[in-house]
Design a protein around this ligand. Structure first.
Ligand code: SAM
Ligand code: FES
Length: 351
C-alpha cells in the first residue's frame, strides 16, 4: 500500500480539502489496493449519511429541441440528423402518473433549451405535476434562464434544478461551446438558483476535449464556493453527428475515483451514478455506488421517444418501458447490498 495515497485519503476525510497536486495523484496514481482504499473510504462516508439508501429519480426527457449548439451534444441544434420531438403536457403528466405508481418520489424534467416551452408553459406543468403528486419533488433541467424565470419556476413549486457547469475554466468552456455561450454566465445561473432557494446540482463530464487535471481541480474549487446540493459527473461519450465524433471516450476509472473524492469532500451531497457511466461500462452504475454515489436516474420517458434523446452514442435503457427500468435498477441496487429509499430524497440539510 502506497502511504502517500493513504495519507491523502485520510487528509480528505479529516479536512474535506485537497490540493491540486494531491488530486492528480489520487486520480492518476496507485493500483488496485490504493483505489479500493479510496472507494471504501467514500463508501463508508456515504453510508454514514445515507445508510445504504439509494434515491431514484424518474427522468422525463420531454423535448430534444435545443437552441444551443454545444460541440459534444447529440441534440445540438446543428445536428440535422436528430429527429426532433416534444412531449405534450398530457404525455408528461402521464409519465408522472406511471412514475408515482412504481414508487418514484422525484420527477426530473430534462430537455434542450426549447423556446416552445415558455416560462408560462413550464410553470403550468410544474403546478399540474405538484397538484397531482403533492408528496413528490419536481426537478427541472432545462438550461440557462434569467433570474426572473428561475424565480417563477420556484414559485410554481419546482424544488430542484440541475445545471452542469461543464467546466469551471472559461478557456476550457470555450473549447466545448460556440462563442455565443459563456461559462461565466452559466456559473452565475447556479448562484441565482441557489439564491432563490432551489436545491441545486452542478457537474462536469470527464474526458472532454482539452480537459486537464488542473481543470478538474478548478471544478472542485468552484464547487467548494457554490456548495451545491447535487453533483452530476459522467464520462464524455462521443456522438457520431457532432464535431467531437472522433474524440476518445472519457475514462470510467477517473470518473469513479472522482466520485469518491467528491463524496469525501462533500459527505452530504447527492451524487448520481449516471446513465453515461452505465453506458461506458455495463456495471458502471453499480461501481459508482460502490465508489460513493447515492442516486440513480431511471428513464421515465415514453419508450417511443427514448432513442431520439441521444446525447451520445450507445446510450443504455432506450428500448425498455419505465417499469422495466425501475425493476432493473432496483435489482442492481439490491445485488450490491443497498436498497431503494422510500423518501423524496432531499439533501440532508433540506429536511
Ligand atoms: N439543456 C439542459 C442543460 O443544458 O443543462 C439539460 C440537457 S443537457 C443534454 C444535460 C447534460 O448532458 C449536459 O449538461 C452534459 O453534461 C451532458 N452531455 C451532453 N452531451 C454529452 C456527451 N456526449 N457525453 C456525456 N454527457 C453529455
Ligand atoms: Fe442543448 Fe445539448 S446542446 S441540450
Amino acid at each position: 500500500m502506497d502511504n502517500r495515497y493513504k495519507d491523502i485519503v485520510e487528509l480528505m476525510k479529516d479536512t474535506r480539502k485537497i490540493s491540486e497536486e494531491d488530486l492528480a495523484y489520487v486520480l492518476e496514481s496507485g493500483g488496485e489496493s490504493e483505489r479500493e482504499y479510496l472507494f471504501e473510504a467514500a463508501r463508508n462516508a456515504a453510508d454514514q449519511v445515507f445508510h445504504k439508501e439509494i434515491y431514484l429519480r424518474g427522468l422525463i426527457e420531454f423535448t430534444n429541441y435545443c437552441r444551443n449548439n454545444c460541440y459534444y451534444c447529440g441534440i445540438r441544434c446543428g445536428n440535422s440528423n436528430a429527429e426532433r420531438y416534444r412531449l405534450t403536457e398530457e404525455e408528461i403528466l402521464s409519465c408522472c402518473d406511471i412514475g408515482d405508481k412504481i414508487g418514484f418520489k422525484t420527477f426530473v424534467l430534462q430537455g434542450g433549451e426549447d423556446p416552445y416551452f415558455t416560462d408560462d408553459r413550464i410553470c403550468e406543468l410544474v403546478r399540474k405535476i405538484k397538484a397531482a403528486h403533492p408528496s413528490c419533488a419536481v426537478t427541472l433541467s432545462i438550461g440557462e434562464k434569467s433570474y426572473e424565470s428561475y424565480k417563477k419556476f420556484y414559485d410554481a413549486g419546482a424544488d430542484r434544478y440541475l445545471l452542469r457547469h461543464e467546466t469551471a475554466n472559461e478557456e476550457h468552456y470555450s473549447m466545448l461551446h460556440p462563442e455565443n455561450m459563456s461559462g461565466a454566465e452559466r456559473k452565475q445561473c447556479l448562484f441565482d438558483l441557489k439564491d432563490i432557494g432551489f436545491q441545486v446540482g452542478c457537474g462536469i463530464m470527464i474526458g472532454t476535449q482539452g480537459q486537464t487535471m488542473k481543470h478538474i481541480y478548478e471544478d472542485i474549487v468552484f464547487m467548494q464556493k457554490l456548495e451545491p446540493h447535487m453533483i452530476g459527473i459522467g464520462p464524455f461519450i462521443p456522438h457520431k453527428d457532432t464535431p467531437f465524433r472522433d474524440e476518445p471516450e472519457g475514462s470510467v476509472e477517473i470518473t469513479l475515483r472522482l466520485l469518491s473524492v467528491l463524496r469525501l469532500l462533500f459527505p452530504k451531497v447527492l451524487l448520481p451514478a449516471t446513465t453515461a457511466l452505465g453506458t461506458a461500462d455495463s456495471l458502471g452504475r453499480e461501481k459508482g455506488i460502490l465508489a460513493g454515489a447515492n442516486v440513480m436516474m431511471p428513464n421515465l420517458s415514453p419508450s417511443g421517444v427514448r432513442k431520439k434523446y441521444l446525447l451520445y452514442d450507445g446510450k443504455i435503457c432506450t428500448g425498455e418501458e419505465a417499469a422495466e427500468c425501475n425493476q432493473c435498477l432496483r435489482r442492481r441496487v439490491e445485488r450490491i447490498g443497498y436498497h431503494v429509499a422510500e423518501s423524496r430524497g432531499d439533501h440532508p440539510d433540506f429536511k
